[in-house]
Design a protein around this ligand. Structure first.
Ligand code: C5P
Length: 224
């Protein structure tokens, strides 16, 4: 039997990636965190296409996209993102990347650059992919589509704790502002905006634990 293709979209810090990882383990699927890809391109841009103030030159980035090789490797059960063979899994979570990623991700050149590799990974089935446009653009024919949401205060708390656990300094108010700003840019952009697919199941997990959210999702997946 062909394994399912599952699309998970939603607002920042709703737990999409960590939830997808658990479901992938349970159902023996590949997991692709597409946000990490956009973060990887942003990290590259900050290193190679930015001025001394950290302002990214987009034209320079567009002409450098061919130099970017992003690859996930499995390191003791954790998927680690490599950019041109260097581990960048910590760098992509930095505040610098979070502050710039939505600007980079709204560019057509960048989205086109990442689209095909996301699609080809899903060709054989057996994948759970999380992001902002998976159910609407990347995998419109996915077998299951979920759209996760939660209150801004709950999401702020989650991102803040995640940053602390990674040893990254954070200010709760700034974290909140970054989430609001990214969601706004992501939802209002012209190409592949963040939005619920018509056939997606919406889950508000403000008052659900990660485990409870997973149980709800699995109840849909197992039912069919
Ligand atoms: O999922 P995460 O918060 O790491 O994503 C970082 C950013 O990458 C998002 O705020 C969005 O700008 C961009 N993104 C996107 N499309 C996706 C996944 C992420 O535009 N499929």
């Amino acid at each position: 039997m062909k394994k399912p293709v599952i699309a998970i979209d939603g607002y920042s810090s709703t737990g999409k990636s960590s939830i997808s990882k658990v479901i992938a383990d349970k159902l023996d699927l590949i997991h692709l965190d597409t946000g990490a890809l956009y973060r990887g391109v942003t990290w590259f841009a900050l290193q190679h296409c930015a001025d001394e103030n950290g302002s990214i030159n987009l034209d320079q980035l567009f002409s450098s996209l061919g130099q970017i090789e992003l690859e996930f490797k499995n390191d003791e059960g954790e998927l680690v993102l490599y950019l041109n063979h260097a581990d960048i899994s910590k760098q992509i979570r930095s505040n610098e990347v979070s502050d710039n990623v939505s600007l980079v991700a709204k560019q057509k050149e960048v989205r086109d650059f990442l689209l095909q590799s996301q699609r080809s990974l899903a060709e054989k089935g057996g994948i759970i992919m999380d992001g902002r446009d998976i159910g609407t653009v990347v995998l419109p024919n996915a077998d299951f589509k979920f759209f996760l949401t939660a209150s801004i205060d709950e999401r702020t708390k989650r991102r803040y704790n995640e940053l602390l656990s990674l040893g990254i300094e954070a200010d709760e108010q700034q974290v909140k502002e970054n989430l609001i700003e990214r969601d706004k840019i992501d939802s209002e952009r012209e190409i592949a905006p963040l939005k619920k697919a018509d056939d997606a199941i919406v889950i508000d997990n403000t008052h659900l634990t990660k485990k409870e959210t997973i149980e709800v999702m699995l109840s849909y997946i197992v039912k069919i």
